[in-house]
Write a protein that binds this ligand. Structure first.
Ligand code: TRP
Ligand code: SF4
Length: 406
């Protein structure tokens, strides 16, 4: 909103280190990240503190998983020269901002986040009636706001967390965006645009605040965008004054919804560790072959001579991801006429998955053999991230007039 089109968008996203990644992650999330790293300024982090909110009783596995996850990312094509890759807990400012945001966040907001109750239901064997778990979405808000992210690529299940992030940012800006003398400073900033523009700005502001005219706000924003000579601070002041909010210290991020992965699990349901239907990125070629060979098929094809219907078969969904038109036609005809057997039909899928995994596994093996390098990448990423995070904390503490801390 307050960004000009030429501004390189900042992207922030994280993943909890809960074990080896699988093809569902690869097709759903990682390929998307790899693409974005070339177009945007990207911060990708391993959310180890978030893992602790649910696995606090068994934290010993987390450290191993952090590095394994980083290796999977790097193997899948995340390039530390393009994206900043790090571990959440290496940037303590996430926790510091979380603490400050906790002061202004009404309990009801957190209790109402749907994942709070859902996850407690789903993970019944764990006691999730903890302070940390309730704060899960707020820690995520801090993860995002500490980098002033424009966009957060997430799956549909995370949209509520982005929504609360926006609410918390709005509340923060409302409470602390009114620096001493905010109105006067905004009026002075308006004058800096010159008489004519200042008048237009004041008219639009009045139209918006008195009549709620959405046209006026759109035009007002456009006017501010077009004023090249305004400083960033003045522009934000004027934007806040226009909207009646205050200066924007923490910009509201947008969710960039990740398209649901077309990649199904081996049983045709969503690929997920809890369904035990995954192909991991480290799956050996032999295991890929074995798992696909034993995949269920259309249950009507009891005998080789029974015709089948690809629409009723999870193997067909794999063909949809991996096969070209000729192969797909071969499947359609061969299945319906019982011209091909299921093992035969699975062969091209096995080959395609193996071919996709081979270069990933090659790179993973190189990083496995040089874990020092992985740690170095994470250390450097954290250093870069900390610089940005520290600058945000200065803005935050100035806005809160917590200046004895600076
Ligand atoms: N909660 C996210 C998930 O379970 C992981 C996450 C933590 C995250 N912090 C984040 C995602 C910040 C995006 C931005 O998938
Ligand atoms: Fe499924 Fe292929 Fe067998 Fe048809 S031939 S049931 S699409 S595996």
């Amino acid at each position: 909103m307050s960004t000009t089109p030429s501004h390189r968008q900042r992207i922030v996203s994280g993943m909890r280190p809960t074990g080896l990644l699988h093809l569902g992650h690869y097709h759903g999330v990682l390929k998307n990240w790899v693409e974005m790293q070339h177009q945007h300024e990207c911060f990708f982090f391993v959310a180890d503190w978030h893992a602790l909110t649910t696995h606090y009783e068994t934290p010993d596995g987390i450290s191993q998983h952090v590095e394994d996850m980083a290796i999977d990312w790097l193997a899948a094509g995340i390039d530390p020269r393009c994206a900043t890759v790090f571990t959440q807990s290496h940037v303590p400012q996430h926790a510091e901002l979380h603490l400050l945001l906790s002061m202004i966040t009404p309990l009801g907001w957190l209790e109402r986040v749907p994942t709070y109750k859902d996850q407690q239901e789903k993970l019944k064997e764990r006691d999730l009636a903890t302070y940390g778990f309730l704060g899960y979405p707020l820690l995520q808000s801090a993860d995002i706001l500490i980098y002033k992210a424009d966009h957060v690529p997430v799956g549909a299940d995370q949209v509520a967390h982005i929504e609360i992030t926006r609410e918390v940012a709005r509340r923060f800006n409302h409470l602390y965006g009114r620096e001493p003398g905010f109105e006067e400073k905004a009026e002075q900033a308006a004058n800096k645009m010159g008489k004519k523009h200042a008048k237009t700005y004041r008219d639009l502001r009045r139209q918006y605040q008195e009549q709620g005219s959405t046209d006026a706000i759109v035009m007002g924003r456009a006017l501010l965008e077009s004023q090249q000579s305004l400083s960033v601070g003045d522009r934000e002041r004027l934007l806040g004054y226009l909207e009646g909010s205050g200066k924007t210290i923490l910009p509201e991020p947008q969710a960039a919804l990740t398209k649901a992965s077309k990649m199904p699990g081996l049983d045709g349901q969503k690929m997920s560790k809890s369904y035990n239907n995954t192909l991991s990125l480290r799956e050996s070629p032999e295991s890929v072959e074995k798992k696909i060979r034993t995949m269920p098929t259309d249950t009507n094809r009891v005998r080789r001579t029974d015709p089948g219907d690809p629409a009723r078969c999870p193997v067909w969904q794999f063909h949809e991801v991996y096969s070209d038109d000729t192969t797909k036609q071969w499947v359609q005809e061969g299945c319906r006429s019982a011209g091909i057997g299921c093992i035969e039909c699975k062969q091209p899928v096995i080959a395609a998955v193996q071919a996709e995994l081979a270069p990933i596994q090659q790179r993973a093996a190189e990083f496995e053999a040089d874990r020092g390098r992985v740690r170095e990448i994470l250390r450097e990423g954290a250093e870069t991230a900390r610089q940005v995070a520290k600058a945000t904390m200065v803005d935050v503490m100035e806005a809160m007039r917590f200046t004895h801390h600076l």
